[in-house]
Design a protein around this ligand. Structure first.
Ligand code: NDP
Length: 248
C-alpha cells in the first residue's frame, strides 16, 4: 500500500541530509514531490533523476526559505506545476553554533531567519490553497534542543522552540479547516550538519543516547511519511521526538 499516493508535497531543504531522505521516502510512497535547495543544484538534480528513473515524480526548485518573496514565488510556481499542495514540510535549517558571549547579531539573525522565519514564510503561503483543498498536513522540523536547550546553541534552540509554539498555534487556528500541524524533534542524526561537530562532542552525545547509536535520516523520514499520511489524521499540534530516547 502506498501511504501518500498522488498527494503533492512541498519539502524545503531536500537536497541533502534529512530532507533528501524525506524526498526519497515520499516518492517511494507515491507522492508527487516538489523540493527546494539553497545552493546544491547538482545534488538536487541527481535526486530528481533517480526518482524519475524509478517512475516517480519530483521537481527541484532553487529557493531561499528565509526570504518571504522567494517563498511566495515558490508556492505560486508549485501550484502552477502540481495544482495543489497537500503536505508542507519545513525542513530547511542551519546551525551557527557559538557561546552567547561570542554570538554576533548576524549569527543570531541568520539562524532565526533560516530556521524560524522560513516556517512562517512557507506556512503563510500554503494555508489558503490548503483551505481551498479542504485539508492539509504541515510538518515542521524542530529539534530536541528546542525542548531541552543546549549550551552554544542559543540561536538554534530559540529557533526550534519558536517552531513548537508556532505549530501549536497553527494547529489551533486552522484545525477546523482540517489542516494539521505537527513538529518532529530529531535528536542526533547522521548528516552533514552533525558531521561538522568535533569528535568529543559526538562521543558525549552518544554516551547519553539510550539506543546507543546516532539516528538515520531515513528514520526521521519515516515519521514524516506517517505525519503526512492519513494514518495520522487525528494527530495535530504535537511534537514527536525521534531521538533514540535521548530526550526522555
Ligand atoms: P543538512 O545540513 O544536511 O541539510 C540542510 C538542507 O537545508 C540542505 O538541503 C540545504 O540546502 C537546505 N537549506 C539550508 N538553508 C536553506 C535555505 N535558506 N533555503 C532553502 N534550503 C536551505 O541538515 P540536516 O539534514 O541535518 O537537517 C535538516 C533539518 O533537521 C534542519 O532543520 C535541522 O535543524 C533539523 N535537525 C537535524 C538534526 C541532525 O542531527 N542532523 C537534529 C535535529 C534537527 P543546500 O544543500 O542547497 O545547502
Amino acid at each position: 500500500m502506498s501511504l501518500l499516493q498522488d498527494k503533492v508535497a512541498l519539502i524545503t531543504g531536500g537536497s541533502r541530509g534529512i530532507g533528501a531522505a524525506i524526498v526519497e521516502r515520499y516518492a517511494e510512497q507515491g507522492a508527487k514531490v516538489a523540493f527546494t535547495y539553497r545552493s546544491s543544484a547538482e545534488q538536487a538534480d541527481a535526486i530528481v533523476a533517480a526518482i524519475s528513473e524509478k517512475g516517480g515524480t519530483a521537481k527541484a526548485y532553487q529557493s531561499d526559505a528565509s526570504s518571504f518573496e522567494q517563498a511566495e514565488a515558490l508556492v505560486a510556481q508549485v501550484l502552477e506545476d502540481f495544482g495543489q499542495i497537500d503536505i508542507l514540510i519545513n525542513n530547511a535549517g542551519i546551525t551557527q553554533d557559538t557561546l552567547m558571549l561570542r554570538m554576533s547579531e548576524e549569527q543570531w539573525d541568520k539562524v532565526i531567519n533560516t530556521n524560524l522565519k522560513s516556517v512562517f514564510n512557507l506556512t503563510k503561503q500554503v494555508l489558503r490553497p490548503m483551505m481551498k483543498n479542504r485539508g492539509g498536513s504541515i510538518i515542521n522540523m524542530g529539534s530536541i534542543v528546542g525542548i531541552t536547550g543546549n549550551a552554544g546553541q542559543a540561536n538554534y534552540a530559540a529557533s526550534k522552540a519558536g517552531i513548537i509554539g508556532f505549530s501549536k498555534s497553527i494547529a489551533k487556528e486552522v484545525g477546523s479547516r482540517n489542516i494539521r500541524c505537527n513538529v518532529i524533534a530529531p535528536g542526533f542524526i547522521e548528516t552533514d550538519m552533525t558531521d561538522a561537530l568535533d569528535e568529543k562532542t559526538k562521543a558525549a552525545y552518544l554516551a547519553n543516547i539510550p539506543l546507543r547509536r546516532l539516528g538515520k535520516a531515513e528514520e526521521v523520514a519515516d515519521v514524516c511519511v506517517f505525519l503526512g499520511s492519513d494514518m495520522s489524521n487525528y494527530i495535530s499540534g504535537q511534537t514527536l521526538s525521534v531521538c533514540g530516547a535521548l530526550n526522555t
